[in-house]
Design a protein around this ligand. Structure first.
Ligand code: ATP
Length: 315
């Protein structure tokens, strides 16, 4: 199948055993998180050859993430465990109404040891698409250079690039983020963004502003995700729209990453625009029905059955 490469930090995520303010939560369950890793897992479950480039702490938690990724069938040949840097952590608080907050402990993230020279042409052997997110760039200024080097290499080799801004205002300001995105957009073919995010970036989310953005940066697919309202894409001078699937969401974290994986899978397999949105909406919806950032990422057969509304035989 097709090969996809992504680059980014991963964290150990602690999910609270009870809802309410974190100071009153006595126990947590240990999980694995990180936008780009979620994407890599999503791609691997759909059957793509999924390569994830990262640095993890040379500690016990680093090994947890490494083994988890390997267990999912991800190519971890470009993941290194770095001594002296603790693996990043993140604790979640979930309120009674299901809304959440995140507390990061990622001051000396092992990903800070990556240098532009770590990005090599040979990394892109067998790769048909490069996917990046704004989280990696938000962690450190140097990461913008690393990102750019990878994008320039991909462009030179005619490998399409997808990008999800994944704004993290706990890591940088909207002004810093927007400046970095503007630097990156000229290299991007497929922009996958939340409606609220593109509104923050452009200061305007009317279709006219979105079309202008796509034209200005020569973005061939501008995909707008809008939670329970579904998604739309501007491509080939047309808008295509698809409603979300009706589900009862339990935990929406990771739905956007799953959507991205679904969109990229169907893009590489040359689905029509409406089918790409339907497939990606299917993956996103399934992710929301399971607690955890990546536990709900479906296998290919599950998405196809869900979209076709097949009955699942459980026993
Ligand atoms: P995040 O990065 O926080 O996961 P995002 O803004 O990138 O979020 P959303 O727009 O919240 O992504 O969700 C992505 C996709 O997941 C939606 O476009 C939709 O297909 C699916 N989805 C999300 N929430 C729901 C829901 N309540 N019901 C059905 N589908 C949903």
């Amino acid at each position: 199948d097709f090969g996809v490469l992504t680059l980014g930090d991963a964290l150990i995520t602690f999910n609270p055993s009870v809802t309410g303010p974190m100071r009153y939560v006595p126990t947590f369950s240990r999980k694995v998180g990180g936008a780009e890793l979620n994407f890599a897992i999503g791609c691997a479950r759909l059957g793509l050859n999924s390569k994830w480039v990262s640095r993890l702490g040379g500690d016990e938690f680093g090994r947890v993430i490494y083994n988890f990724a390997r267990g999912e069938g991800i190519d971890v040949s470009e993941v290194k465990l770095v001594e002296g840097y603790p693996t990043s952590l993140n604790f979640k608080e979930i309120r009674e109404d299901g809304s959440g907050k995140t507390f990061y402990y990622r001051y000396q993230s092992p990903i800070l040891t990556m240098e532009p020279s770590d990005i090599t042409e040979q990394m892109l052997d067998g790769i048909d698409l490069v996917h990046l997110t704004g989280v990696f760039m938000a962690i450190d200024k140097k990461n913008i250079e690393i990102t750019k080097k990878l994008l320039i290499l991909a462009n030179q080799k005619n490998i399409p690039v997808s990008f999800d801004p994944n704004i993290r205002l706990k890591l940088w300001t909207i002004e810093e983020a927007t400046a970095a995105y503007m630097n990156i957009f000229p290299y991007v073919d497929i922009l996958l963004t939340g409606l609220d995010e593109i509104e923050m970036i452009l200061g305007d989310s009317t279709e006219q502003a979105l079309v202008e953005c796509a034209k200005r940066f020569k973005i061939s697919e501008l995909v707008i995700k809008d939670g329970g309202n579904g998604a739309r894409v501007y491509t080939n001078n047309n808008w295509y729209k698809q409603e979300a699937f009706q589900v009862t969401p339990i935990d929406t974290v990771g739905a956007g990453d799953g959507f991205d994986a679904g969109y990229i899978y169907s893009y590489l397999h040359e689905y029509e625009p409406n089918e790409r949105l339907e497939f990606a909406n299917g993956v996103g919806a399934l992710v929301t029905t399971v607690s955890g950032d990546n536990e709900g990422l479906p296998e290919l057969s599950e998405v196809l059955a869900f979209i076709r509304n097949d009955k699942v035989i459980e026993r």
